[in-house]
Ligand binder design. Sequence first.
Ligand code: PRP
Length: 214
Amino acid sequence: MSNDRYLTFALGKGRLANKTMDLLEQIGISCEEMKDKDSRKLIFVNEDLKLKFFLSKGPDVPTYVEYGAADIGVVGRDTVLEENRNVYEVLDLGFGKCRMCVCGPASAADLLLHHERIKVASKYPRIAREYFYEKKHQTVDIIKLNGSVELGPIVNLTDVIVDIVETGSTLRENGLTVLEEVCPLSARMIVNPVSMQMEGERIRDIVSKLKNII
Ligand code: PRP
């Protein structure tokens, strides 16, 4: 029986992992070991259900899943799109809702209308490139930043940014605004294609139970 094999989950560290575990608990999947907040352990096991869970940096989740080190991953759609790994996206978990947007000072709106060669800062260069080149057919220079991307237009590094907007308060407090929406985002469950073949029954069972409660 395939049930002798552990099914392994890779979860993006932090709020995403906590929310995922809450959701899994509602369908009878829990991991007591993981609830110890002081623990420095990286991998947790539920021996009864033959499940393993590990926490990693969000952008590494699709990597673990593509190579089969994890069968299942949970991570934001922003990361799924940016990493562009060979994985199946099987479920929108419905939490972590936000938007990927082109943002900047209101005065930059014009620069998006006339195919001008502008500078764009982003933590998501692939998403930014695809949006400007494939969708808008606008040639731009993309500058990769690792965080606090809103600084780009403020310190005149770039004209605009492509970044996540949740409540909009970071933009407001820095005199920036949403200029265009790139796509909606939320937490996604991804699966290794070989695991989908080998462990299809167990994985489909988890996905359908989750669908019922989302
Ligand atoms: C994210 C994102 C925005 C902010 C949006 O940054 O990059 O800066 O949150 O949220 P808001 O619309 O609710 O203000 P994060 O806090 O993850 O830090 P980072 O800037 O280091 O990426």
